[in-house]
Design a protein around this ligand. Structure first.
Ligand SMILES: NC(=O)c1ccc[n+]([C@@H]2O[C@H](COP(=O)([O-])OP(=O)(O)OC[C@H]3O[C@@H](n4cnc5c(N)ncnc54)[C@H](OP(=O)(O)O)[C@@H]3O)[C@@H](O)[C@H]2O)c1
Length: 333
């Protein structure tokens, strides 16, 4: 049977266990032009929270009673599509289920011998691409820049900071808790870090960025965005990648109070959506793969097991109780 997680209601605030339902259906069979993928891992991403709201966004919302949308990686077990054969490992939008039926459009092959499968939904997948294009194309970093990144110990932020280090920047990360701060400095080579749960954020930025910020990569929004705005240097760039501190708000999203700092400092603040760079993913993955082989780019996935544990695992995105890219193994062996 195929275990699937179905969206049952649209949450207000933080989702609850009853937001989804675990159901079992028959394993699908490929029709003409289709493939069936046995999913090994699914990707848990903060964006999933936004896809549950019935509002205009860069992608339509998940419909009620549909399988919850997610990135995935798995093995083709049935194919009537000439581009894929049984045994191919593929990454795509399989959803929170053990078997996915698709016409193959949203799938691409990966080489399971080159990197562990979870890495293909982490650093070599969507979060890694977000980091790469966000910091290079939107942040336009230059050697010597001071780069501040929030959500720094997470899937996107940890790669942003490491790419900025590779490019010769001074990198400061913001993360929750002493263990994550230690990880950023000792293992990822960040120049400094702020534990926003234990240090007042304005004081932390002043301490770590005494000359101000050239590029702020924002994953969290809210008060941290405001604090970064307050310490911009001339011609600073802010990359609006996400605002996880606001996703479960029951009231309106908190907008930036300090935005006039952009005027004073001739700064820019630009949003980005990773899908806009899809045609260049392959090139980016090759470059990041090289950095990984050279030991310049480290990747960390935190893998939990069991589709039954989807809800508990999903909530770790918001509590921060996870290390690196959050992944759920749905394969039953
Ligand atoms: N624009 C795009 O195309 C795109 C693509 C992918 C991701 N994103 C966005 O990028 C951001 C990071 O995504 P990710 O996949 O890398 O997730 P992640 O950082 O791996 O996980 C989320 C992290 O956010 C932190 N967090 C949670 N609540 C917070 C709060 N109230 N204030 C500050 N930090 C909080 C937690 O870390 P701590 O323990 O440090 O609090 C948690 O580990 C998200 O906003 C996501 O929506 C955007």
């Amino acid at each position: 049977m195929n275990k699937q997680v179905i969206l049952k209601s649209r949450p207000v605030g933080m989702p609850e266990p009853s937001t989804w339902e675990l159901v079992e259906t028959a394993i699908p069979v490929a029709g003409e032009g289709e493939i069936v993928v046995k999913n090994h891992y699914i990707s848990l991403d903060p964006a999933m929270r936004g896809w549950m709201d019935d509002r205009k966004s860069y992608i339509p919302p998940v419909e009620l009673n549909d399988v919850m949308r997610s990135g995935s990686i798995g093995e083709v077990v049935d194919s009537k599509n000439e581009q894929f054969k049984v045994g191919d490992f593929v990454s795509g939008w399989g959803g929170v289920q053990q078997y996915s039926l698709s016409n193959g459009d949203m799938y691409y092959k990966v080489d399971e011998k080159l990197a562990p499968l979870p890495t293909y939904i982490g650093t070599l997948g969507m979060p890694g691409m977000t980091a790469y294009f966000g910091i290079l194309e939107v942040g336009k970093i230059k050697e010597g820049d001071t780069v501040l990144v929030s959500g720094a110990a997470g899937a996107v932020g940890s790669v942003v900071g490491q790419i900025a280090k590779i490019k010769g920047c001074t990198v400061i990360g913001i993360a929750g808790g002493p263990e994550k701060v230690k990880y950023l400095i000792d293992e990822l080579g960040f120049d400094g870090a702020i534990d926003y749960k234990n240090e007042e954020i304005n004081a932390g930025i002043k301490r770590t960025c005494p000359k101000g910020i050239d590029v702020y990569f924002d994953n969290v929004g809210g008060d941290i965005l405001d604090a970064a705005l307050a310490r911009l240097r001339m011609h600073a760039r802010i990359v609006i990648c996400g605002a996880i501190s606001q996703y479960n708000n029951r009231t309106a999203i908190q907008g930036p109070k300090n935005y006039l700092s952009l005027l004073v400092n001739r700064g820019t603040m630009q949003g980005m959506v990773v899908m806009d760079y899809a045609k260049d993913y392959r090139k980016a993955a090759m470059e990041m793969g090289m950095w990984m082989m050279e030991g310049k780019l480290k990747t960390r996935e935190d893998v939990y097991e069991g589709i039954e544990n989807f809800y508990d695992t999903f909530t770790r995105l918001f509590s921060g109780d996870k290390k690196g890219k959050l992944v759920l193994k749905v394969l039953e062996e």
